[in-house]
Design a protein around this ligand. Structure first.
Ligand code: SF4
Length: 147
C-alpha cells in the first residue's frame, strides 16, 4: 500500500499531513509513542513505491507506526486488530481480520484453544470483552484497535 500514502507536509517531530491517494482524502498521521524509535531509525525522507513510509519493523515483522491515526483505506484493510502481551510486556499473539488468531507463544496458544475458542458470541464487541476477560485473568494484557 506504499504508493497510496503520500506525506504532504511534516508538521512536527511526530505529526505529518498526508494524502490517502485512493480516496484523495487528507489526514493527519501521528507516530505512536511505541513506534517512534523504529520510525526515527528508519528515517522519514524516503517515499518509495513499494512500502509505506509508516511501516516499521517490530518483533513480529512489520507494524504500522500510525496505527491509531491510519486512514480509512487502511482501516478497511483490517490487518492486526488485537495484540496480546504476556506479563513481561512481550507480544504473545495477535488477532487479525475478524477473529483469526496468530499465536507467537505456545502457552498463549494452549490457553486460546482451551478457553478462548469455545467462547460463543455473535457480537464482536461482546466477543472482545469475553476474550479480554479470559486473557486478563491469566496475566496477559490486551490492546484492541477499533477499525
Ligand atoms: S496501515 Fe499503516 S503502514 Fe500500512 S499502509 Fe496504512 S499507514 Fe502505511
Amino acid at each position: 500500500m506504499g504508493r497510496h500514502i503520500r506525506v504532504e507536509r511534516k508538521m512536527g517531530e511526530r505529526d505529518f499531513y498526508c494524502r490517502e491517494m485512493v480516496s484523495g482524502s487528507f489526514f493527519v498521521a501521528h507516530i505512536e509513542p511505541s513506534a517512534f524509535a523504529a520510525f526515527s531509525k528508519k528515517g522519514d525522507s524516503g517515499q518509495d513505491e513499494t512500502s509505506c513510509i509508516f511501516q516499521v519493523p517490530d518483533a513480529q515483522g512489520y507494524s504500522c507506526a500510525i496505527y491509531a491515526t491510519r486512514p480509512v483505506t487502511c482501516r478497511n484493510f483490517r490487518c492486526c486488530r488485537m495484540r496480546i502481551f504476556d506479563r513481561h510486556g512481550v507480544i504473545a499473539g495477535t488477532v487479525k481480520g475478524r477473529r483469526s488468531f496468530s499465536p507467537i507463544s505456545p502457552e498463549l496458544e494452549k490457553l486460546w484453544n482451551e478457553h478462548v475458542r469455545p467462547i460463543q458470541a455473535d457480537d464482536d464487541k461482546e466477543w472482545d470483552r469475553n476474550v479480554q476477560e479470559v486473557l486478563l485473568a491469566s496475566g496477559y494484557s490486551v490492546e484492541i484497535f477499533d477499525s
